[in-house]
Design a protein around this ligand. Structure first.
Ligand code: ADP
Ligand code: MG
Length: 244
């Protein structure tokens, strides 16, 4: 049996009296692409943020490559270096060039030499099709280019898996395709991915599993092609009727 990349059991998370995750169980196998869909406020971002401990779970267990990240003894910094995260709002450092954005964590967290960091950064910029933008500042790039830089930055840390939280939701429609194309390429290379998205076409084409969340629980999950074409639960049907 292979160890799951991510294994979540009975995860609960409350903010004060507001219970946002009400007992979540799921796993992501190495190399799998799991897409998470669901209405706004259903707890998708909170779930993703719990997986790399940007949020502290209230109870339950999360294993990342077999390591219990809810155990106080666990070295979270070590676990986090294995997990790349891409947000809706890119989160690039505005006062740094593209190349500097890609090098900073490599230098401070991975302790790479400047030369090695630059080499890796350039390879990843090449990969997302932005080699010629290394000296640009984020403000001079389109949203789609900024998001591709954010992906290249995450990849420069050599993560074992990538978490994407609505990576294309802030983009003008004509820029969405380029970002999805990069993600598709990553998936084809075998990257383990958890993707919160409203892009049903991506989920159908690239996803190995689709998870539908509503009200802090997983209502339905399965093969994306099956769930999208033939949802079993009323809540899934109602949601898909609105977005498809
Ligand atoms: P989604 O990503 O599915 O839209 P979220 O996980 O962002 O949902 O939010 C789920 C619920 O948790 C919302 O009601 C939101 O207000 C609440 N929430 C999220 N983060 C926080 C926080 N840091 N403090 C308090 N409430 C939060
Ligand atoms: Mg969200």
């Amino acid at each position: 049996m292979t160890t799951a990349a991510i294994h979540v059991s009975d995860l609960h998370k409350s903010f004060g009296k507001n219970e946002v995750l009400k007992g979540i169980d799921f796993h992501v196998d190495p190399g799998q692409v799991v897409c998470v869909i669901g209405p706004s406020g259903s707890g998708k971002s909170t779930l993703l943020r719990c997986v790399n401990r940007l949020e502290e779970p209230s109870s339950g267990q999360i294993l990342v490559e077999g390591i219990d990240i809810t155990d106080p003894e666990t070295d979270l910094d070590d676990v986090r270096t294995r997990i790349g995260m891409v947000f809706q709002q890119f989160n690039l450092f505005p006062h740094m060039t593209v190349l500097q954005n890609l090098c900073i964590a490599q230098r401070t967290v991975k302790r790479r030499s400047k030369k090695q960091a630059i080499e890796i950064a350039r390879a990843n910029l090449e990969k997302v099709g932005l080699a010629e933008k290394e000296s640009a500042y984020p403000a001079h790039l389109s949203g789609g280019q900024q998001q591709r830089v954010a992906i290249a930055r995450a990849l420069s840390m050599d993560p074992d898996m990538m978490l994407f939280d609505e990576p294309t939701s802030a983009l003008d429609p004509e820029l969405v395709g380029d970002v999805l194309e990069i993600m598709k390429q990553l998936a084809a290379e075998g990257m383990t991915m958890m993707v919160v998205t409203h892009e049903m076409g991506f989920a159908r084409e690239v996803g190995d599993k689709l998870v539908f969340m509503d009200g802090g629980v997983i209502v339905e999950e399965g093969d994306p092609r099956v769930v999208l074409a033939d949802p079993k639960h009323e809540r899934t049907k109602a949601f898909l009727a609105k977005v498809l």
